[in-house]
Design a protein. Structure first.
Length: 499
């Protein structure tokens, strides 16, 4: 009963606060001072700039703007903290310097209001770098009060739903997204510097392909056909390789109608790149160089922590075949198994069952043992190579073992960071692989691919030997920022709607 009474009291108090703010706005509007009528405000300096160059700027005039985060009044003098895009700076406001009428209006400013201030850079008697206000303009009225204890809320869902409030009250959150932005810029600079060309390919397609994933389906009214939001950019980019664009890449949003957890969001960002006359070994070298150089450039070190693990991204990462990794971590030697039945039996011997939709083959057994028993043990950066053909419908077969493909995935902290192949360029083999995907789809596997006749036509014109690589931008951002959840590096993650 006491809890109910307390909750009702809090709601009443909040309702009163909301009404007070609206009353203040109405008073301003009736007095001809509607903040929402102001269309522009010239800003000459920001908080960090003032602090970093204080000696040069002291006693000079500046114009700053931002959100009021705190107020402290002492009669005819008020102090407040102004937050802008770079941080916070203290404002010093004296009644006799801004004028009685202006000071009276300023006293009615609420926490969260956005103001513009013209003044002089100076240092207070306590040594605080500040701006001595000469003119204050209310630029936007905050009609909702900021949460008092937003930082440290256990309900992270509220922070994800209201990212705008999260960014206001927790300025440190901005660091994640600044690092993400700088990483994407690093990727572009890295690839541009190696002669790659950035391109754009369709988000809507008539066929779902390029990966094994369940797509989102929409409908095009004019054409009266269902279309699929892309689950990968692979097939359009390889068409460009056929067309003679030897080095291409695309950074873009991918959409997969799958589950959500700390490492998966229905829409996410990847960079896919393709290089003619290269193979998966070249892609391994490139990926290692790209990610290690990003750590060094953005963080100043190869050593970082993620998910409670200390990691070393110094170049020279281990490279294991999938069979070698399985043998190392489980003791099972799949390369010694004579046939499918023996391989499936070996998997079952340690409790690994194959999915109902999967064929009971040597390759599927090897992959499931790796997926269920080995992947979780890979902490330091490790390349896993030579995946079975059964789970790699777009990768080139190994000349040494036709059961395997020239494919790798990079794992860090048991998370897949990227996927790459020596690309399959044999149109006859590719058709057979597509047909296998169609059969799996007919059995009910909604993640299986479709037959792409146009892509097969492209391959029949001839595609050179090609190396391809897909990198999860969000996973890399999680690594570089030390974030445990993908939602911490996506500004507006997908959330279940509130009632």
């Amino acid at each position: 009963m006491n809890e109910e009474r307390t909750g009702a009291q809090q709601e009443q108090n909040l309702s009163e606060l909301l009404q007070i703010r609206r009353d203040k706005l109405k008073e301003l509007q009736q007095g001809g001072n509607d903040p929402f009528q102001i269309t522009k405000y010239e800003v000459s300096a920001h908080s960090a700039q003032i602090k970093e160059h204080f000696d040069e700027l002291e006693n000079t005039a500046v114009t700053v703007a931002g959100r009021i985060m705190s107020k402290r009044g002492m009669g005819k003098v008020s102090f407040c903290d102004l937050q802008d895009k770079e941080g916070r700076i203290q404002l010093y406001v004296r009644k006799d310097e801004v004028g009685e009428e202006s000071y009276a209006r300023f006293k009615k400013v609420d926490i969260g209001d956005i103001v513009g201030v013209k003044g002089t850079v100076f240092r207070t008697q306590r040594g605080e770098m500040s701006v001595r206000a000469e003119e204050i303009t209310l630029l936007s009225k905050s009609l909702l009060p900021l949460p008092e204890k937003f930082h440290g809320l256990q309900d992270k869902a509220l922070r994800y739903r209201q990212r705008y409030v999260d960014l206001i009250v927790n300025p440190e959150v901005r660091r994640n997204f600044e690092l993400r932005s700088r990483f994407i810029k690093h990727v572009r600079d890295f690839l541009d510097g190696r002669g790659y060309m950035e391109v754009e390919t369709p988000v809507l397609n008539t066929i779902s392909g390029g990966a094994t994933a369940r797509p989102f389906i929409t409908h095009h009214n004019t054409l009266d056909i269902d279309m699929y939001m892309r689950i990968a950019t692979e097939l359009p980019l390889k068409r460009l390789i056929v067309g003679g664009m030897d080095r291409v890449y695309e950074i873009g949003r991918i959409f997969r109608n799958e589950g959500m957890d700390t490492r998966h969001n229905p829409e996410f960002t990847t960079v896919e790149l393709y290089q003619a006359y290269a193979d998966f070994n070249d892609m391994m070298d490139l990926f290692e160089d790209l990610l290690s150089s990003a750590a060094q450039k953005l963080l100043g070190t190869y050593e970082l922590e993620w998910q409670g693990e200390k990691l070393d991204l110094t170049p020279g990462w281990p490279r294991l075949t999938m069979a070698e990794a399985v043998k190392q971590y489980t003791g099972l030697d799949f390369m010694a198994q004579p046939d499918d039945a023996a391989a499936v039996a070996m998997a079952k011997s340690i409790g690994v069952e194959l999915p109902e939709t999967a064929d009971k083959t040597w390759g599927n057994a090897l992959y499931e043992v790796f997926d269920q028993r080995v992947e979780e043990k890979l902490i330091q950066p490790t390349f896993i190579t030579m995946h079975p053909v059964d789970v790699s419908p777009l990768a080139k077969r190994s000349p040494k073992d036709p059961r395997l493909t020239e494919r790798f995935e990079l794992f860090i902290c048991h998370s897949e960071m990227g996927n790459a192949f020596s690309e399959l360029n044999d149109p006859i083999d590719q058709r057979q692989r597509f047909q296998k995907q169609v059969e799996l789809r007919d059995k009910g596997d909604e993640e299986a691919g479709m037959m792409d006749e146009d892509f097969l036509t492209a391959l029949e014109y001839g595609m050179p030997p090609t190396g391809g690589l897909g990198i999860g931008i969000d996973r890399c951002a999680m690594l570089l920022t030390g974030s445990d959840s993908i939602r911490d590096v996506i500004l507006f993650p997908t959330m279940k709607p509130l009632d």
